[in-house]
Design a protein around this ligand. Sequence first.
Ligand SMILES: NC(=O)c1ccc[n+]([C@@H]2O[C@H](COP(=O)([O-])OP(=O)(O)OC[C@H]3O[C@@H](n4cnc5c(N)ncnc54)[C@H](O)[C@@H]3O)[C@@H](O)[C@H]2O)c1
Length: 253
Amino acid sequence: MGRLEGKVCVITGAGSGIGRASALLFASEGARVVVADVDLKGAGETVAAIGHAAIAEQLDVTDEAQTVAFAKKVFDREGRIDVLFNNAGIAGVGDVVETEPDLFDRVMRVNVRGVYLMSRAIVPYMIGRKAGSIINMSSCIAEIGLARRVSYAASKGAVLSMTKSMQVDLAQHGIRVNALLPGTILTPFVERYLKDSYADPEEGMASIRKRQLSNDLGRPEDVAGAALYLASDESRFVMASGLIIDGGVTGAK
Ligand SMILES: NC(=O)c1ccc[n+]([C@@H]2O[C@H](COP(=O)([O-])OP(=O)(O)OC[C@H]3O[C@@H](n4cnc5c(N)ncnc54)[C@H](O)[C@@H]3O)[C@@H](O)[C@H]2O)c1
């Protein structure tokens, strides 16, 4: 038996990076995975790599009407939604002066409003079945100061706080809500950042290694493994937690 046998799992932003690695892992553990992404091509590629246990849906998590229609469509088709992994997110680089209001609003819109809207759309179906696991993507930046990340840090701190508040309200309905706090994970998201921020990407890699205890760089599969644990019943007693997966950035120095 797989660790997610029979469960229907929605993963947002699963057309790339951590979301894609999680979709592949969840499916290999017996889940039926709904790969939701604003980028339908990326979502389709993830589904092609999985096969019949997955389905692609185009979805912008910031659009209320889309989130409501999506949740209904998935529930009507599958009859259940066991896991919601709110993974979709975007980056924002800049200190408080450099960060333009438009960028600040965009980052908060996707990273915070997106988590709120998706949860709001799917929670009623979980309440109906008195079961569910919600996994919200925060970041270790919610716990530490990192240069020139004002909008991104604000968004990921908000996600961690929202996770705890949601858990208090939803525990009575049999729903668990936890957050993931990854450090730097090598995905297209970080590759873009390295390209934009350093003339030599190797210099960027060296600076990432310097703030970790591990000499390895984080991989999407490292975070997918943590998400799998929170999605499965193995974590049935884990609530309102922020699980850190950062190679030792926040733990000790
Ligand atoms: N890579 C890291 O170092 C790192 C570290 C900590 C946290 N995170 C978080 O992990 C999550 C995934 O990051 P990743 O590195 O895999 O990034 P990625 O850019 O590889 O993938 C993000 C996916 O989200 C999708 N997306 C963006 N906006 C969307 C929207 N409005 N609606 C639906 N989908 C949308 C994109 O199309 C993309 O497929 C993000 O929330 C990110 O903040 C990443």
